[in-house]
Design a protein around this ligand. Sequence first.
Ligand SMILES: C[S@@+](CC[C@H](N)C(=O)[O-])C[C@H]1O[C@@H](n2cnc3c(N)ncnc32)[C@H](O)[C@@H]1O
Length: 655
Amino acid sequence: MIETTLTGKTPDIGEENIKKLMTIFPEVVTEGKVDFEKLKQVLGEYVDDSNERYNFTWNGKGRALRLSQTPSLGTLRPCKEESKNWDTTQNLYIEGDNLEVLKLLQKSYYGKIKMIYIDPPYNTGKDFVYKDDFYDSIENYKRITGQIDGNGKPISTNTETSGRYHTDWLNMMYPRLRLARNLLSENGLIVINIDEHEVTNLHKLCTEVFGESNDLGTIIWDKRNPKGDAKGVSYQHEYILLFAKNKEQFFESCTMVRPKKNAKAMLRKAEQIFNKVGKTLTLDEANAEFQAWISSQKELSGGEAAYKYIDTNGEVYRTVSMAWPNNKKAPEDYFIPLIHPITRKPCPVPAKGWRYPSATMRELLAKNLIIFGKDETKQPERKYLLRDNMYENIPSLLYYGGSDTDMLFALGIPFDTPKVVNIVKEHIQSFTEPTDVILDFFSGSATTAHAVMQLNAEDGGNRRFIMVQLPEPTDEKSEAYKAGYKNICEIGKERIRRAGEKIKEEYKDKENIENLDIGFKVFKLDTSNIRKWQPDYDNLEQSLMDYVDNFVEGRTEFDVVYEIMLKYGLDLTYPVDEFTIAGKKVYSIGYGMLMICLDNEITTEVAKGILTKIKELSPESSRVVFKDNGFKSDSNKTNIKEILKSGGIEEFITI
Ligand SMILES: C[S@@+](CC[C@H](N)C(=O)[O-])C[C@H]1O[C@@H](n2cnc3c(N)ncnc32)[C@H](O)[C@@H]1O
């Protein structure tokens, strides 16, 4: 059995990196420090330290990097009152500065997020860029959000004349992206919306953080409406950058395709027309009617509209040339002519040969996947059935000029810059499996949560969401403020509540809709609950006296339970059950994976009772937590340790 004392810090990423380095180059680390000169020697010719090397840097980059490595001393406090379906939901809504929150999530969600979707401030000069404070980030956060001094600091915008325009934005994004990357699963990806102000910097930044080889491409989103205030070219598009954590692993589980939006409607229409064949229409007339309908459908993409034929079985298909695609001629075997099935004469062979060898051509013929003309004069083509090709590659151009303003208005949610639910939903659909976790740490009005719930309702999935948002005060003159929303988190949470109910109502006849998770657990960033993790160095004696009571005034046991879960890396949605054992309150997390007793006067009876409970719950392994000063006596503590050790407990933890 391991014995540990819980510290209030999140993992020290720097220390962990040194451990990783040690496994490859043990000779360069002595007494926990890296001998840089030796490392350079070990790396030999692969070191490039010339001043003119290819490099992307800005003022404050080093400090921003260090900021991402310093552990957080904060915690996330559960807030049941503002949550929905606390006991059953698997979703999280976290209020706080995302830098601190990302640090706090490092243990519980390391490698567990399949998709991060973010829409950060674009740095337009009007949007809010949070100024990180290196020395006391949580105090700074509380001041900015008005939790200290009541009012909150005036919102800081980042104007082009500030002299640190791009620098401030880069310093804000860099540590966050570094931390975000750790949370992605090896087959995960990040999707980031941005406009022309920072797209070049963001692309360089992502190349550095995620690696050039993991760039999945950039989508240009044509918003169909040029900006009116242009001083140069009038932009009417934005960008969506996609980076994998590890491209190879990403492609093992994902094909980068999306469902053809109109394919089902096309199949339905074709069936309707084909049913008339032999009664009121010939097959040629049916094809003409179908093609007229296709031409009238403005919504169809080029790829969809190409499926404009109906065959004798009623299948919808398109044709594609089977000519050899390269300049060089194909080998001999690619020149065998196909015989027309009616005239029995050879059809023309493409000048550079067929695209496939003769064996493949025979296979395609047998499967009826080659289409001939009326006679042998037409070169045969390959036939693709729509039924077998319901998905298409994600193209680099996205045309969408609409907005969700009306939908949000109908929901009573006033928010100026929401993203479009359908666009976010389509990306989630393309890149996630039905049980994946999706994180948005600039969540604003919670469009991503809305999209996750909508998609789950449509396809019966159980995707989970984690929203993170700063409780940025709303402007007193804004519609949101007048409607009673004092900060953006209030808007986000209310939107999830209203959108969830609306979706459930819309899909009320769908099987299993009662299981759709429209709840969320709310957590709020705060200083640690445990006093000894934040001693007052100016008054250390008093501070030490205060340890008699371990917890900060006003904090509950429930707060502490969640802080322990977070720092031991347990999912915050694991069930927390309460039992009374030998007269003391004991919390069981994840059905006995972690047992916590924060009571006083703990005796061996409690330890024995906990063991019995663990046997009943039979988790794979178990850890037990007590307050360091909660034991009735030192000998009790010693005996309790012995009892738990012989009961097979993995770890004995004190706080
Ligand atoms: C462009 S908006 C996102 C809008 C969102 N995609 C939607 O559809 O509603 C960016 C959001 O990031 C939030 N934000 C800015 N800095 C933050 C920080 N340090 N931590 C958490 N949220 C932050 C802003 O308050 C703003 O709501």
